[in-house]
Design a protein around this ligand. Sequence first.
Ligand SMILES: Cc1cc2nc3c(=O)[nH]c(=O)nc-3n(C[C@H](O)[C@H](O)[C@H](O)COP(=O)(O)OP(=O)(O)OC[C@H]3O[C@@H](n4cnc5c(N)ncnc54)[C@H](O)[C@@H]3O)c2cc1C
Length: 283
Amino acid sequence: MNYFQPNDLNSALDVLQNNSDLTIAAGCTDLFPITNNMSLDKNILDITNIKSIKGFQFNNKETKIGSATTWTDIINENLPSCYDMLKACAKEVGSIQIQNLGTIGGNICNASPAADSIPCLLALDAKLELSSANNQRIIPIDEFILGSRKTKLEQGEILTSIIIPKEKENGSSSFRKIGARKYLVISISMVACRILISNNIIEDISISVGSCSEVAKRIFSIERQLIKKDINEDIFNQVDFSQLNEISPITDIRSTHVYRLKASKLLIKDVVKDAINKQEIAR
Ligand SMILES: Cc1cc2nc3c(=O)[nH]c(=O)nc-3n(C[C@H](O)[C@H](O)[C@H](O)COP(=O)(O)OP(=O)(O)OC[C@H]3O[C@@H](n4cnc5c(N)ncnc54)[C@H](O)[C@@H]3O)c2cc1C
């Protein structure tokens, strides 16, 4: 087994270009559970020593989250309230040990239908920066994840940053997930919401649901019905929840499709109300 642990991004991209059989490893909290061995049995590119892909970078146009930023880093960072949902998600990933090692980039690239970060990142209109030795491309997160464990990551590429546009950093946010127990839980459903209210009117809202389809989805049908509603009125009055066509919940060992659908509808109401309350408190 070959093991590479470069200290800078260019060296990592060179190693990746010259070795076609490398597995990229960050916190290994997804990689280890899929091997039965005491150690990883593949050729490894360990990216955890590369400082430039860790932590947050802020400028007037966007915020960049390094792909090797851990859940604990996210919890500890001082962030505007549109990131409350991402912090809430981070606090519920696995356990403290998993949060100390697991990275946001690993969560995205593993592309599990139950990956908790994806609904939050969809609600923030996140884009992904993919770097290789000779190229860099940026694609929206909803185009990157093609299905369960399937992404558009190409040979020779590393996910280097998650990019959040500045205009999406207004307003407040909320995240909730439900599972069979409180800790170390794989979600049965999870919902993230970002909301912007001006003069009591909902000016912008994004709602996403995960664990209820192969890939987490934005719920545009509900967003459309909530926009321009007055928060002093019953905003869910006349909102049609009957379809929710964006998701296609399945029955598996964790839940039935009927329960998932019902739970998602209730979670949507909960997170929207919670996000509204947070913005009201902040005023
Ligand atoms: C006990 C336990 C509980 C868990 N609970 C949760 C939970 O509640 N919610 C949840 O969403 N997940 C959970 N997970 C899954 C896992 O912890 C997260 O998905 C974590 O964020 C993965 O990050 P990592 O750095 O450990 O990824 P790794 O295991 O290092 O990598 C995962 C995959 O992504 C690839 N990869 C990693 N980084 C990059 C990069 N920068 N560029 C390209 N490819 C990359 C790797 O090659 C691999 O295919 C849990 C796991 C365990 C073991």
